[in-house]
Each structure stands twice: as structure tokens, then as C-alpha cells.
Design a protein around this ligand. Sequence first.
Ligand code: C2E
Ligand code: CA
Ligand code: CA
Length: 399
Amino acid sequence: MAQNFLTQRFESLARVFREGEAGDSAYIIESGRVEISLLRDGTKVVLAELGPGDLFGEMALINDDARSATATALEESVVAVIHRDQLDAAMESADPVIKLFLRVLLERFHEASDRLHGHRGKTRRSMPDSAAYQDDLTRTVQNLHLREELQHALERREFALFYQPIVELASGRLAGYEALIRWHHPTRGLVGPFEFIGFAEKHGLIGPIGGWVMQEACAAAQRLQAAWPAGEDPAPFITLNVSAQQLLEEGFLDLAEACLDRSGVDPQRIKFEVTESLLMHDPEVAAELLAQAKSLGVRLALDDFGTGYSSLSYLHRYPFDTLKIDRSFVLTMTRNSGSMEIVRCILGMSRGLLLDVVAEGIESEEELALLRELDCTYGQGYHFARPLPEAEAFALAPR
Ligand code: C2E
Ligand code: CA
Ligand code: CA
């Protein structure tokens, strides 16, 4: 641990710090010996003699009181210096549960110390004001609950997929559906993905949840395909969201292959949507993983295009079939000529790269008319339908 910190060398009999001084660092001895002493009525009292691995001066990390003792090197000594800011930064990025425990321990320590010294510590630090502390506490407890509830939600079959139609704009034909996860929470009712997908990604739960989505979406696509009249247009495809973390997890491809096999669906009818965050993580690894996914026979879409680092110039490096223009462009396109030009440009380039384009979030006739005029092939949005439970959504498909 000590090598992460700045080290300082002290000659024999040099002072590391003196009683009564202000301090903002603690020290860990790497080599040598350090004496801790104080003056009582003009006489030196030695409190301790410390050696390698020992920590001293740590009170400076906890409160703003002056040094209560003097530290002197007894021989040439090397110490690692832990500055308050480093501790604060480490605390900030710590696991919330560890952070909470440290705070509680610190609070208890201060209370005990106050009782011992018969006063409230005038200069304690790192103590959050009580409102912020309560908020933190509440959030930590809520997160612990959420984590546990999410772990049980799969076994209790509380998740469901809703399906939102994707429409061919020129003809109005239903081309496919996007599968969007919902959580039938036992007390909160229907909970949307923004409230738990990001959390699941952060806490290592996206693997199992994403696996369930994959299995369920493939099975639904097979139900749709089986009910489809022979000799007609192909059955609508199902597109599902795959988080970058999920795709990067070991075993993802095996899982995808198993889901496709087990369901018996034609892989061509399945599409995986990924966002640019995957490509930003490591472009080479992303290209390799996408190529492997593609070799399963599924199609690939780049989701939320335009919100990330969005450069059309790198798209040819990845085996995408579809590009989804983010809702924010559709939303502003009718009022803002800049947005419209971006959409026009994305459409032009996509044609050159032989990519299908889906415009997301179409809410009005006006937006639809403009996208048709720009020759955008597919669209999705509340104007056509909201995400619906399977039975309702699939009933929209012509039979
Ligand atoms: P997304 O992939 O961009 O999905 C589209 C979102 O836009 C959906 O929100 C959909 O309900 C909403 N939407 C569609 N049309 C309109 C419209 O006309 N107007 C407006 N205002 N919104 C529209 P939803 O279902 O809340 O999903 C939010 C996000 O959660 C999704 O964004 C996706 O990133 C994520 N998500 C959903 N399901 C899954 C899943 O199964 N796995 C993973 N990893 N992420 C998922
Ligand atoms: Ca999506
Ligand atoms: Ca999207």
C-alpha cells in the first residue's frame, strides 16, 4: 500500500512533526525507527517507539486539532506520507457500504473521544453535515435494498418485456419490434429500465438480467415467427438492447448462441442494439466481439446514434446493419435546421455504407412527414405506438 504514496526520508534525530503544530498528513514507516513523545511540565515523556509498518500522526486525518505529540526519527528513516486529500479521494471512490461503515466508525470515535475529553471536538473534520449524512445513509440503504430486490426479481419472474413497433415509413408496414424491459415491482408497480438498468450494470447484475432478456426475446421472436402465415412477407424482427458490460462478459456469445438454438428462431430475425460506449471502451475488442456476434447470424444496430462520440467515419470498421438516430434529433428537427441537416447527413452517409436507418422517438405527424421527405426508411415512436405487453403488441401485426 505504502508505495502508492509519496515517501520522505528523515536523518537520525530529525523531527517528522512537533507537538502543537498544525498537521494534515499521517505516516507509515517503511524503514527506520520513529519515537513519539510529548512534553509534560518541561520533561519529555516517550509514548512509543515505532518501526516498519507502523502508522502514526493519523489524528490529523480525522480532526483539525494541533499535533498532540512530537515524532522524531531515531535513525535514518523512510516514511510514506498519506495526505488528507488522498484519504478523502479514496473515501469518495470507495464502495458505498465501506464508506458508510467508515463514517459510522468515525462518528462513534468522535463521540467516545468527546466523552473522554468532556467537550465536543471543536475542529473535527470529514463529518458530513447531518442532512447530507442522512441523505447518504438513505441512499446507501435504498441501494442495498435495490440490489437484493433485483437479485430476487429474476427468480420471482418479476421482469417482463414490452414491445414497441418499428415501422417502414414509406408504406406504414410493421417491420419489427424493439424489446424493452419492465419490472413488475411487488410494491412500486411497473418500473422502467432507467431506474434499474444503469444500477444493474454498475453492480454486476446486468449479466443475469441481460441473459434473461436474450432468452425471452428469442422465445418471443419464435412465437411470432411460428404464428406468421407462410408465403407472406417475413415475420417482424425483434431487436433487443445489449449493454456494453454484458457483451464484454465472458460467456456472452455462448449464451447468445444457446438462446438462439433453444428458441429455434431464425437468427436473421434477431437484432442486437449496442451503444457507442462499447466502441469507446476498446475499438479493437469491440470490432472482434461484434464480428463474433454477427457470425451467429444475428443483425446488429448502433443505438442512440448522435449522442456519444458519434463519428460516421469509423462506422465502416464495424459490422453494423442498422443505425438508430437518437430521439433528441427527431425532437428538435422540425424547429432547428441544424438538427435537420444532421439527420440529412446521417441518412446520406448511411446509404453509402448500406446501413438501414431507424429514427427514434417520432411523436408527431409533422416529424413523420419530414422524415419521409428525407427518405428515412424506418421509424419508431409514440406516434405509432408505445411499448406494449407482448399480446397487445403482437396483435398489431397483420395476420
Ligand atoms: P432505448 O434503447 O433508446 O429505447 C428507447 C426508449 O425510448 C424506450 O424507453 C422507449 O419507451 C422510449 N420511446 C420510444 N418512443 C418514444 C417517443 O416517441 N417519445 C419518447 N419520449 N420516448 C420514446 P424505455 O423503455 O424507458 O427504455 C429506456 C432505455 O433503457 C432504453 O433506451 C435502453 O437503453 C434501456 N433498456 C431498455 N430495455 C433494456 C434491456 O432489456 N437491456 C438493456 N441493457 N437496456 C435496456
Ligand atoms: Ca434501444
Ligand atoms: Ca435508442
